[in-house]
Design a protein around this ligand. Structure first.
Ligand SMILES: Nc1ncnc2c1ncn2[C@@H]1O[C@H](COP(=O)(O)OP(=O)(O)OP(=O)(O)O)[C@@H](O)[C@H]1O
Length: 631
């Protein structure tokens, strides 16, 4: 019976041992990032360093032996060689100590730098963003990013170098063991077995330490949010205006305590267990030393040999003194990186290409983009935001999408950009599912201004050119896009023109108003259109613009969009009415579609929304517009 139960256990143990070896090999592979020259120097350093203790023990033994047995007259000649040997070994030891820090520091910087680039690449190049919104993925990024914020964290560089040092020190163990075995074989198991036990205890402590730190990682992430809030000028505004300073500092304190108190508690408990380490070193060394001393007293062992045994015996414990915390933490970092890669790659494989639905409307030109029975529920939520939505975007048309707050307009755009996978249905471009076109190729064809666009702390020119970062920079197109977006007037007032950084936190930088930023991002999108994008999507692009500027921007947009199709999301129906077609999104579907006049004639939900806005305008609650614009 026990044999049957034992077999699966043995298999599990075997698998775990194999996985542990594989993890260590993966960690060691990181050493390649240090570069061949530096790595060779480190390996040579470690090999020499591992042989120095045993060599010193032998040299010291020979020296003492000769000093003890030679008459004073011949002492210089006889002791010179071991003395020189001993002195050289001492010098080598000191030399090694001096170069260790810079060598290892440089290697660590290279390995960790390469690792951080990998993490950034992984996080920024996954096709969709759904995974990045999951707390467990944020936790993995925190574990894998190898950017220690406190003394508990370790990096792959630290782990790989410590593991290499440990492997090299095994050579030192062999040489120390040889010195011991030359005296008495039983000294080897007597000292090596407890030294291994000490190392296992250290490893266990390091694993517990790391697990405890992991449990507090959420607290660390929350503390980070508040730390950023109190030190950034953006959130700093609200922190001051709402008088949140002390409250925010209190939150930081609380979350940091959440993170560290368990680690401090564990540190205390591990300290109290140090007596086990002490006994495991003291008892075997005591037995060995007493045995050698007694043998010496009987005249069976010379002073020189006894010295060599003492030195080699204590060096056995030093061999296992490499940083287990570094190895455990480095391994965990690499494992988190591998898990992160799996999570970010976990997007479902492309669906097989399906023929167009039989009842697809016939048109002279095929639609540029078609949403077919599109449904979507955000990962981790239950509400179906889009529910069997059908919609076409025709080549060259200006399509406006309207709907109440939370209707799903921005979600539709995120799906169009391929940032999420639809739960059901598909999006086709020129008849091909965008999944089959591939995220990169598809995004070459579209330009999007998101509602929550990013204000990059870069120059004005870079902020525009980022609209199409994958094509060679086209200065003339940047200028033209700025003109089309109405940003050229703002540009004239910037102290260094196109080279002005758009952030006051940068030297010579300026802060733009909300409306001016919208002109920058509009220029960003128009730059993409000028450099090849065929579909321009604008999610609330003019919400910060005054009505005059908005009208102006739209006139320019219509004039300069060329053959590109434009999808416009806006709550301002005075803007929307200029579109070729307006669609209303409600309860996850398109419920009304037509020109402004057709929808007004339909007298449905769109007409009702328009009537409410027109009434507000007339009564002066909202922007004033030209007489007659809202009729
Ligand atoms: N990342 C997300 N995770 C989960 N739910 C989300 C996420 N983003 C949006 N939602 C939910 O999806 C629904 C639709 O949001 P969406 O932003 O698409 O609406 P919208 O029509 O653009 O609204 P608005 O006009 O206010 O900008 C909302 O109920 C919102 O709470």
């Amino acid at each position: 019976m026990s044999r049957h139960l034992g077999a699966p256990h043995r298999e599990v143990d075997h698998d775990m041992a194999l996985a542990a070896v594989r993890d260590r090999i993966r960690l060691l592979r990181r050493l390649g990032a240090a570069g061949p020259g530096l790595l060779t120097a480190i390996v040579a350093f470690l090999l020499v360093a591992s042989l120095v203790p045993a060599g010193t023990a032998v040299a010291l033994a020979v020296l003492i032996e000769r000093v003890g047995t030679t008459e004073a007259a011949g002492l210089t000649a006889v002791a010179a060689a071991p003395l020189v040997m001993f002195a050289v070994l001492l010098l080598v030891g000191h030399g090694l100590d001096a170069v260790r820090e810079p060598l290892f520091f440089l290697a660590r910087c290279r390995i960790d730098g390469a690792h951080r680039v990998e993490v950034a690449r992984l996080a920024s190049t996954s096709d969709t963003i759904g995974a990045l919104e999951r707390p467990e993925v944020q936790r993995l990024i925190r574990q894998a990013r190898a950017d220690p914020e406190n003394w508990t964290e370790r990096t792959p560089g630290m782990g790989a170098l410590s593991l290499l040092a440990f492997l090299a020190s095994l050579l030192g163990l062999v040489s120390a063991g040889a010195v011991l075995a030359a005296y008495a074989w039983w000294l080897v198991p007597l000292l090596v077995v407890p030294a291994l036990a000490v190392q296992q205890l250290d490893r266990h402590g390091a694993v517990m330490w790391h697990r405890t730190w992991l449990r507090g990682i959420d607290g660390g992430l929350r503390a980070g949010v508040w730390q950023d809030a109190v030190t950034s000028s953006g959130e700093g505004k609200e922190v001051r205006v709402f008088g949140l300073g002390d409250w925010a500092v209190g939150r930081i304190d609380r979350h940091i305590r959440e993170m560290f108190e368990p680690v401090w508690g564990l540190g205390g408990r591990l300290m109290t267990r140090q007596w086990a380490h002490f006994l495991l070193a003291l008892v075997p060394l005591g037995i060995a030393f007493v045995a050698v001393a007694l043998s010496g007293a009987r005249g069976d062992t010379s002073v020189g040999v006894a010295t060599a045994v003492f030195a080699a015996g204590s060096s056995v414990y030093r061999v296992f003194g490499t940083e287990v915390h570094d190895i455990v933490g480095g391994l965990a970092c690499v494992r988190a990186f591998d898990q992160l890669r799996e999570e970010l790659r976990a997007a479902p494989p492309p669906r097989p290409a399906a023929p167009p639905p039989p009842d697809a409307p016939r048109a002279t030109a095929p639609p540029l983009v078609r949403f077919e029975g599109l449904s979507f529920t955000y990962p981790g939520t239950r509400r179906r935001v889009l529910d069997g939505l059908d919609l076409e975007i025709w080549p060259g048309e200006l399509l406006a999408v309207v709907g109440l707050n939370g209707a799903g307009k921005s979600t539709l755009i995120k799906l169009l950009a391929g940032l999420y996978e639809p739960t059901a249905g598909r999006i086709t471009a020129d008849g091909t599912d965008i999944v089959h076109i591939g995220a990169e190729a598809w995004r070459e064809r579209i330009a999007i201004v998101f509602q929550d666009f990013v204000r990059y702390h870069l120059t004005a020119a870079d902020n525009v050119a980022l609209g199409h970062g994958s094509v060679p920079r086209d200065e003339a197109a940047i200028e033209a896009a700025a003109r089309d977006a109405g940003f050229d007037e703002v540009l004239d007032r910037l102290p260094r023109g196109w080279q002005t950084p758009l952030a006051r936190s940068r030297t010579g930088g300026v802060d733009l108003s909300g409306g001016q930023w919208q002109q920058v991002v509009l220029a960003r999108a128009l730059y993409a259109v000028r450099t090849g994008a065929r579909l321009l999507v604008l999610d609330e692009p003019t919400a910060h613009l005054d009505v005059r500027t908005e009208f102006d921007v739209f006139a320019r947009l219509t004039a300069h969009k060329g053959d590109a199709s434009v999808v416009l999301i806006s709550h301002r129906l005075s803007t929307v009415r200029q579109a070729d077609r307006v669609v209303l999104l409600d309860r996850g579907r398109i419920t009304e579609s037509g020109t402004h006049d057709e929808l007004m004639a339909l007298d449905g939900a769109y007409a009702a929304m328009f009537a409410v806005q027109a009434d507000r305008f007339r009564r002066g609650h909202d922007d004033r517009v030209e007489e007659g614009e809202l009729r």
